[in-house]
Ligand binder design. Structure first.
Ligand code: HEM
Length: 319
């Protein structure tokens, strides 16, 4: 083989290896931990049966992981004397939940002789999010696997990259465009608010100050969300069917009954009204678009190959 050919082969080989290591693979654990999908599904199903809201909480954990440094389980790391994680970021503090379910799944995997040390916390989050949506009647999708866990986290990125409920439409679209999502995908992903709850502090100004809100809807929320106090009181994000992954969230928007200011921005006479209308008229299109957008979210700059590590405990970097 002449020298240029050797060089070409080497170049092609490193390209192929490079591509292979950067891509997620649904069969990644086929030999490393064949029971991973069964174990995660079992734990998620049990948790959701015990408390349906947990499905919403686990879906949100994956979102808050992927939007900050990519899907690397950075959201799960606890603060220590020498380390600041993301848990105290404004969108996460006193808000994110489901860490105990993730820890339980992880310890089950670590006590399995084949799976110990093999499954990343970032992959557990991705599978748990999918299984949560399925458990609440939503669509399924194939989860690409092979993510690895970060040894770092970013409080500042959590504060800047996660969208706030006070954003207007431009702000929402920009936050998602920054992660490469289209307006269509942004609206589809926001449909996640068809499940789960929000605290009074996140929607107080909406029910007292916004004018694009159904008045009886606003009145019904005020008792549990007074003008002062009651910050942590909870209300359903989807007033109609809190524990069902359906398209009622979009129907509520059409009736000016979105709970968060940011929810209602998606249907407020702007460019995304027609997308909301499509998801009202064609629920199955919402399901398909949501599933595809979740796959895309799960692909946000994962650590692969030799990057990062497989944490033994999801809440701390390996010692
Ligand atoms: C403009 C975009 C978004 C904003 C401003 C936003 C904001 C919020 C806020 C403020 C809450 C309530 C938190 C609390 O009161 O503690 C919430 C809950 C939730 N969010 Fe979002 N979110 C957005 C997009 C998303 C996306 C893309 C997903 C998932 C794909 C998602 C999933 C959820 C879920 C499931 C809940 C309920 C969690 C629970 O009950 O524990 N959100 N969101």
């Amino acid at each position: 083989m002449s020298f240029p050919n050797v060089k070409l082969c080497f170049w092609l080989f490193s390209c192929l290896v490079g591509i292979a290591s950067a891509e997620l693979d649904p069969n990644y654990y086929a030999l490393k931990c064949p029971s991973v999908l069964t174990i995660v599904k079992g734990e998620v199903t049990t948790a959701v049966l015990k408390e349906p809201r947990m499905g919403a909480s686990l879906l949100r954990l994956h979102f808050h992981d992927c939007f900050v440094q990519g899907c690397d389980a950075s959201v799960l790391l606890n603060d220590t004397d020498t380390f600041t994680g993301e848990k105290t970021a404004f969108p996460n503090a006193n808000s994110l939940r489901g860490f105990d379910v993730i820890d339980k799944i992880k310890s089950k995997l670590e006590s399995d002789i084949i799976c110990a040390g093999k499954v990343s916390c970032a992959d557990i989050l991705a599978i748990a999010a999918r299984d949560s949506v399925v458990a609440l009647g939503g669509p399924t999708w194939t989860v690409g696997l092979g993510r690895r866990d970060s040894t770092t986290a970013s409080l500042s990125a959590a504060n800047s990259d996660l969208p706030a409920p006070f954003l207007n439409l431009d702000g929402i679209l920009t936050a998602f465009a920054n992660k490469n999502f289209t307006a269509n995908e942004t609206v589809a992903l926001s449909g996640a608010h068809t499940i789960g709850k929000a605290r009074c502090t996140t929607f107080r100004s909406r029910i007292y100050d916004d004018t694009n809100i159904d008045s009886s809807f606003a009145t019904s929320l005020k008792a549990n969300c007074p003008q002062t106090g009651g910050d942590d009181n909870l209300s359903q994000l989807d007033a109609t069917s809190e524990n069902l992954f359906d398209n009622a969230y979009f129907k509520n928007l059409e009736k000016e009954s979105g709970l968060l200011h940011s929810d209602q921005e998606l249907f407020n006479g702007g460019s995304t009204d027609s997308i909301v209308q499509t998801y009202i008229d064609y629920p199955s299109k919402f399901m398909t678009d949501f599933a595809n957008a979740m796959v895309k979210m799960g692909n946000l700059s994962p650590l692969t190959g030799n990057e990062g590590q497989i944490r033994t405990k999801c809440y701390q970097v390996n010692q």
